[in-house]
Ligand binder design. Sequence first.
Ligand code: FAD
Ligand code: SF4
Length: 328
Amino acid sequence: MTPFLYSRASSAGEALQLVGQPGHRFLGGGTNLVDLMRKGVEHPAGLVDVTRLPAAIRETDAGGLIIDAAVRNSALAAHPLVRARYPMLSRALLAGASAQIRNMATVAGNIMQRTRCAYFNDAAGSRCNKRLPGSGCDAAGGFSRYQAVIGTSPACDATHPSDMCVALAALDAQVHVSGRQGARIVPLVDFHRLPGERPDLETMLEAGEIITAVEIPPSPLAARSTYRKVRDRASYAFALVSVAAGLSMRDGAIDDVRLALGGIAPKPWRAFRAEAMLRGGPATQEAFAAAMEAELADAAPAPGNAFKIEQAKRTTAAVLAGLAGDAR
Ligand SMILES: Cc1cc2nc3c(=O)[nH]c(=O)nc-3n(C[C@H](O)[C@H](O)[C@H](O)COP(=O)(O)OP(=O)(O)OC[C@H]3O[C@@H](n4cnc5c(N)ncnc54)[C@H](O)[C@@H]3O)c2cc1C
Ligand code: SF4
């Protein structure tokens, strides 16, 4: 590992000042960044520890939640208001990593974590457009089981690995960021970028900006929501496919629905097309299948990950059927 400087910030203003030094990066729990430094993928000149910044979860006047960026994943999953009002978020968090890692990992670090693409993580031996723009992509024609099937580009087909962000996408979460120019709010669904020709540009965060909090609006539907993750091992594994969903029924039809998928795309994939088809219609297997057919119509899988399309359709149908049954 290359030597680096370490400093600790006690306020967002101080963190912004410290990270303004050349090559400096924020440090949350370090569960992703420090791993990548050990592997030679990341080489920051200095780390600005932001784990001593506020770490509270507050109710908004409207009945939503504001979650400070330094809140640990385990604390968020266990919070009574999260469990009662947004069970999909609690379940998504508990489906990720291990208890020890969740105790360290922060909300902001989870949002900013980088892909688990094996070629990206192999700095010594593989070409990667995300690590070095224009250098090529050894995942192309390579082992594709864990790669994305939709939203990809010829330059990159890596997935975004977060479980938490899939639930946040379904919940219409807003990311609060702050920089020298002031504060702004970015919808989580717009926060992560698709790779296009620049897979190295992963989020809408500008250089020198910090994530300060995540806001989740109130949502009656979210109280009966869930998260299901399909993976190769029962724990300690990233999603092949995951589904975050909430659904309400009225007069025998779907009144409202929120749906997002993980493991299939370079960003948490909000299924807007499927949602629009489902609203107002029957909660039947045929309707779920048609909605997911439309949602994944643009998918372009490799031979090794084509199974994800059927898996995404079936997992979503099973989750929605369960929620519709509970809501009747
Ligand atoms: C073995 C293992 C298994 C895992 N399995 C899963 C899984 O199944 N599902 C899943 O979702 N995740 C999984 N993870 C990933 C884990 O969730 C992330 O490593 C963790 O969420 C990152 O949070 P952190 O606070 O440790 O971030 P760090 O490693 O400290 O930082 C990550 C990035 O966030 C940036 N950052 C940190 N704070 C801020 C801020 N306030 N503003 C702007 N940028 C910031 C850092 O600069 C860095 O670029 C796993 C990790 C490991 C090691
Ligand atoms: S898929 Fe993306 S992250 Fe993986 S090697 Fe190719 S460019 Fe890099």
